[in-house]
Ligand binder design. Structure first.
Ligand code: NI
Length: 391
């Protein structure tokens, strides 16, 4: 079956490159993927795949069943949205939508999703079970997976696979990570509420700016003393505002930041941990506070059995020297994790770095991929899907 899958994929390669370039030159922002979705739906329908549009707002779902009797339903998720970045690559097929760019490789992801669907559709009745293709919108704003889930895409799903490009891995290689792949990312907003007064008479006021500085310093120090160093936490206050004049003590400061962690237990404890520090620092100096802790996406935790499955599929397809076991997770966030609350899943990294050229990071205006990675991704996913039912 592997040889057959590889054959179909390499025959499809020129068409897939065309599709990827089409997506690349027509990027759409999160939640506005109308043309991309219509294009995806068109390709799926032309392969005889049952399609539902407008799922999760601008998402698309395709479903394909073989004649096999395996009742397990496998979902394959790719994303479709682009970023508000002005493309600087100068490529022939660069963005035609000014100020919007596929700088995170979601053009390639959607293409890999379509390629996998095309390959599996050609296997047709031989398929042992049902596969559901999720083309998700709005990953970059960490909303799309939630929208898709609310529209029921995880009903009856027994496992889910996903893929993300990675510019520091050479094209032709597949990156496999056991356990945590990405971080939980939450948002915090803290108001420090003091009392205004004359800049010359601090003892008659409660200086919210000075107390905010204490809060930030204490939070950063407390990470090193009260959080398990083997379970990383990164806290960044990225925005601070308060005060009105040089000689007026500020009565109110707003701090806004992001908190990232890898371990689910650590993540669960973060709201109380932060509140404890903020409350105690404020009460020591007579200030009040408000804390808004907004949960973002959880950490992507790869399922052990599915990680083994994808790793084996990639090794059989490409040889063990082309499968990179990743020793480190990323503190980036990925809303693939939301699907994992409904079924076990696995996301792998797809190398897209080209030889003899500079490879820019994700979200960079010069980000570009080696398109040979498309076939690597398609074969890996299609073969992993095939093996899933034999599992
Ligand atoms: Ni991305």
């Amino acid at each position: 079956m592997l040889a057959e899958i590889k054959d179909i994929a390499s025959t499809l390669a020129p068409r897939l490159i065309e599709i990827r370039r089409h997506f690349h030159s027509h990027p759409e922002l999160s939640g506005q993927e109308y043309q991309t979705a219509a294009y995806v739906a068109g390709v799926l329908s032309s392969c005889g795949i049952h399609v539902r549009e407008g799922v999760g707002k601008t998402g698309v779902v395709g479903e394909l069943s073989g004649e096999g009797t395996d009742s397990r339903l496998l979902a394959i998720r790719t994303d479709m949205d682009a970023l508000p970045i002005e493309e600087g690559t100068g490529l022939q097929f660069a963005s035609r939508n000014k100020g919007v760019m596929h700088a995170c490789g979601h053009d390639l992801h959607a293409t890999v999703g379509l390629g996998t669907a095309m390959v599996l559709a050609q296997l047709g009745e031989k398929l042992p079970g049902t596969v559901r293709f999720l083309f998700q919108p709005a990953e970059e704003i960490a909303q799309g997976a939630q929208w898709m889930v609310e529209d029921g895409v995880m009903e009856n799903v027994s496992a889910i696979l996903g893929v993300h490009v990675f510019p520091s891995i050479p094209a032709g290689l597949v990156g496999i990570r056991h356990g945590a792949l990405t971080a939980a990312a939450d948002d915090i907003e803290i108001f420090i509420i003091g009392e205004s007064g004359h800049g010359a008479r601090p003892h008659e006021a409660i200086d919210a700016i000075w107390i905010a500085a204490q809060v930030i310093t204490t939070l950063q120090q407390a990470i090193s003393r009260t959080q398990n160093p083997l379970r990383p936490v990164v806290l960044t206050i990225g925005q601070i505002s308060g005060g009105r004049a040089p000689n007026v003590i500020a009565d109110r400061v707003r701090l806004v930041g992001t908190v990232r962690s890898l371990h689910p237990e650590t993540s669960a404890g973060l709201p109380d941990w932060i509140e404890g520090i903020v409350a105690n620092v404020c009460s020591a100096y007579g200030a009040r506070y408000e804390l808004n802790y907004k949960r973002g996406v959880p950490s992507v935790q790869n399922d052990p059995a599915l990680t083994q499955l994808v790793g084996e599929a990639a090794e059989e397809a490409w040889g063990s020297d082309r499968v990179l076991i990743l020793t480190e997770p990323s503190l980036g966030a990925e809303d693939f994790s939301l699907y994992l609350q409904y079924a076990p899943g696995m996301m792998f990294r797809l190398g897209v770095a080209g030889k003899d050229r500079l490879n820019y990071p994700l979200h960079h205006p010069l980000f570009d991929v080696d398109e040979s990675a498309i076939v690597t991704g398609v074969v890996t996913l299609a073969y992993a899907a095939w093996k899933y039912w034999g599992f």
